[in-house]
Design a protein around this ligand. Structure first.
Ligand SMILES: [Zn+2]
Length: 195
């Protein structure tokens, strides 16, 4: 059985993925960054950690076959399939109210940090901080130690699929960034499937 859900534009979604099941994140419209977070369902303070994953893999961008690790250095998810060009980001913090202030926004602007907090709250979870996300489809090329924020290289319908290695609460945020070009300045919805 496949459970399908929408990650609404500029918003987030939280859902369970049991150990051994797979989660597919679909870039429905082709140019949407999805900030991906995962938490140990039994102990949500243990979270998917990009710095720990870097050390486990000796790689910056994980690829099919790679296992992503938690803040306690345990296996959380294994990438089983990636139909995109394989460009994802693991370096950049989730956008947050301060990021939009810094970019000159006056007043409230949706952010991945707030989307995470709201989505976890619906699950009765509060962790009090924002882990560094696995930024799916986000194109942050690094050259000679410098990086830049570029448009995604994905096409509509491309996806990445990961198998849960423990019972997880997953949160996905359709990044509302509309000032930089990472979503082609047009944030859209994305979709997920759990099977
Ligand atoms: Zn964001």
């Amino acid at each position: 059985m496949v459970e399908t859900g929408t990650i609404p534009a500029r918003s987030g979604a939280a859902f369970d993925v049991r150990a051994g099941h797979s989660v597919r994140i679909i870039n429905t419209h082709g140019a949407q960054v999805v900030d991906f977070f995962a938490f140990n369902a039994a102990e949500p303070l243990e979270h998917l950690s990009m710095p720990h994953t870097h050390a486990a893999l000796n790689r910056v961008v994980p690829q099919p076959g790679d296992t992503l690790t938690s803040s306690k250095r345990r296996a959380m998810l294994t990438i089983t399939e990636d139909t995109t060009p394989g460009v994802h980001d693991t370096l950049i913090a989730a956008c947050d109210p301060w990021r939009y202030q810094e970019l000159g926004v006056q007043g409230w602007h949706a952010s991945c940090a707030e989307n995470l907090e709201k989505a976890l709250k619906e699950k009765g979870i509060s962790i009090g901080f924002t882990p560094s996300p696995f930024n799916l489809f986000m194109n942050i090329p690094v050259e000679d130690g410098s990086l830049s924020f570029e448009e995604p290289l994905t096409s509509p319908g491309e996806y990445i699929e990961m198998r849960a290695e423990m019972d997880l609460v997953v949160v996905c945020s359709a990044c509302p960034q509309d000032i930089l070009k990472i979503n082609k300045q047009n944030p859209t919805e994305a979709h997920y499937e759990v099977r």
